[in-house]
Design a protein around this ligand. Structure first.
Ligand code: F6P
Length: 548
């Protein structure tokens, strides 16, 4: 049987049959049938309380999903990743982000070479550099300490550092500025540096390949800005460091490789925030907090590797997501952190999940006949409630939600009328899950004395699934465990769908076409346009608007 034949597996067909029956049962009924469902369909590990009782599943669904995972050899696939097998087949690479957080002394071999000492060598160099910048020992070209750090990168070389900086801002140096530049739109760079003094500004150029158009363009702009302000090419040596796997390219750009922090081809861009790509995070929060974050990642790695599927958080999250996507036909997942510091978490997850599992061919090249990675999106609560939650509650599409919250706030603010604003925040989180699951029947609306004409628009069908993840407090450790939870749930789904979750060929075509188009836009004469009629007309119109 070809690996593409997922839907022909008896385990898949059993799930389909089971779905036909379970689909007719409302969450109200499932809760009524088991008075302790809200305690029973819960798992807890690495400080995360994971309540999936409001998902449209029962014990049988979970048993069948685990059987599917067994049939797809999920255990074998997990072992292969941790062993350093080249599971990124289309790029012929190992996938070892778990090695980035392996404690000193652990052994992980890539082609017979233990990579853990290499990881710690880079971490130690990063820590020494971060300490020097934070203490003022690292001085700029004119002898001033660094007050500003501008990280330039894109995709996996940006989204993780931005998200982690925002998430851990409470632990960060408040007397320093941290800025992030990613877009090739010159506005991004211009706004990031407009009020900075070049003499106190350190640029970290983050690019795994060091050939990415956006990053190299912005890095050149930064160098020109720095040299113009400081009046000396030599300033680059004190104001630029690089994070990359490509020493030759770094050198070509003009950064001494002594000022380069390396990582390895077995770290995917979107899995790299805990590698040297996190240098800005480490400077912001300090090496000790950074190591706490790594410990959170590692604790979740160990849990994923060893816990039985019944209580394994990433396995549960991955399987329930697959159930929603493949059997309940949900096309999206809304990630709704009730924690302002996690405001960039949904954006971070978009790359992690969609660049990983947005694939339509299996490992042996066959076109899939089932849905793969859902669309991830979201905003922090409560803002989303006043924006798109209407559709989640009463629209025609099924939008499974992940609610994320913490028991303790990092910023207690007394609320008018007693308690803390944090209680109001979490009351909203809890209420949303309840409203989505149980809704409000027409009968209930009528008993409130609602005029008959308003009963339909005021009724809520409910039966809309959600998971709630609670932790004690947003610490570096908690952030690490949360990110690793999502990383591994993506792995679980990719393994069952039999796709390569670690390549990203889908971004290449647009990049190639942009190169030809740039030449056509900047050509002084009317270019020979060999595109379709729409693309040709857009190129002409842009040139006309620009040159007007
Ligand atoms: O968008 C494609 C991609 O290759 C991402 O996977 C990656 O994170 C990003 O570009 C940046 O790449 P690099 O770190 O090589 O500049």
């Amino acid at each position: 049987m070809s690996r593409a034949d997922l839907t022909l597996l008896p385990e898949w067909q059993a799930l389909q049959q089971h779905c036909n029956q379970l689909e007719t049962r409302h969450l109200r009924e499932l809760f009524a049938a088991d008075a302790r469902r809200g305690e029973h369909l819960v798992a807890e590990a690495v400080g995360l309380y994971f309540d999936y009782s409001k998902q449209r599943v029962d014990d049988e669904t979970l048993r069948l999903l685990r059987a599917l995972a067994e049939a797809r050899d999920l255990k074998g696939r997990i072992a292969a990743m941790f062993r350093g097998d080249r599971i990124n087949a289309t790029e012929n690479r190992a996938v070892l982000h778990v090695a980035l957080r392996a404690p000193r002394g652990e052994k992980i071999l890539v082609d017979g070479h233990d990579v853990v000492p290499d990881v710690h060598e880079v971490l130690d160099r990063m820590a020494a550099f971060a300490d020097a910048v934070r203490s003022g020992a690292w001085q700029g070209h004119s002898g001033k300490p660094m007050r500003n750090v501008v990280s330039i990168g894109i995709g996996g070389s940006d989204l993780g550092p931005v998200m982690a900086y925002e998430a851990l801002r409470d632990y960060s140096r408040r007397d320093m500025q941290f800025r992030f530049v990613s877009n090739v739109d010159g506005t991004d760079f211009a706004e990031a540096v407009r009020d900075l003094d070049a003499a106190e500004t350190l640029f970290i150029i983050c690019s795994k390949t060091f050939t990415t158009l956006e990053t190299l363009t912005n890095a050149h702009a930064a160098r020109a800005w720095c040299v113009a302000a400081l009046g000396d090419e030599k300033a680059v040596a004190r104001h630029f460091v690089a994070v990359s796997t490509a020493a030759a390219e770094v050198e070509k750009f003009g950064i001494d490789t002594k000022q380069m922090f390396g990582f390895w081809d077995w770290v995917g861009g979107r899995y790299s925030m805990d590698s040297a790509i996190g240098l800005s995070t480490m400077i912001a929060i300090g090496p000790d907090h950074f190591r706490d974050m790594l410990a959170g990642f590692h604790a979740m790695d160990e849990h994923f590797r060893s816990a039985p599927f019944e209580t394994n958080l990433p396995v549960l999250m991955g399987l329930i997501g697959l159930w929603n996507a493949n059997f309940l036909d949900a096309a999206t997942v809304a990630v709704l952190p009730y924690e302002q510091y996690l405001k960039r978490f949904p954006a971070y997850l978009q790359q992690l999940t969609m660049e990983s599992n947005g694939k339509h061919v299996t490992l042996d090249g066959a076109h899939v006949d089932y849905a793969t990675g859902p669309i991830y999106w979201g905003e922090p609560g409560t803002n989303g409630q006043h924006s798109f939650y209407q559709l989640i509650h009463q629209g025609t599409r099924l939008v499974p939600c992940d609610f994320i919250g913490f028991g303790q706030t990092l910023n207690p603010v007394p609320a008018q009328g007693g308690g803390d604003q944090h209680d109001l925040l979490i009351a909203n989180l809890i209420a949303q899950g309840e409203a989505l699951a149980f809704g409000k029947t027409a009968e209930e609306v009528r008993t409130e004395g609602t005029p008959e004409a308003l009963v339909p628009p005021r009724s809520f069908e409910g039966n809309r699934p959600s998971t709630t993840i609670l932790a004690e407090r947003l610490t570096p450790f908690a952030l690490g465990s949360l990110v690793a939870l999502y990383e591994h749930s993506v792995f679980v789904q990719g393994a069952i769908w039999d796709i390569d979750s670690f390549d990203q060929w889908g971004v290449e075509l647009g990049k190639q076409l942009a190169k030809t188009t740039i030449a056509e836009l900047v050509a002084p004469a009317e270019p020979k346009l060999a595109h379709d009629s729409s693309t040709n007309a857009l190129i002409r119109r842009y040139r006309a608007l620009r040159d007007n």
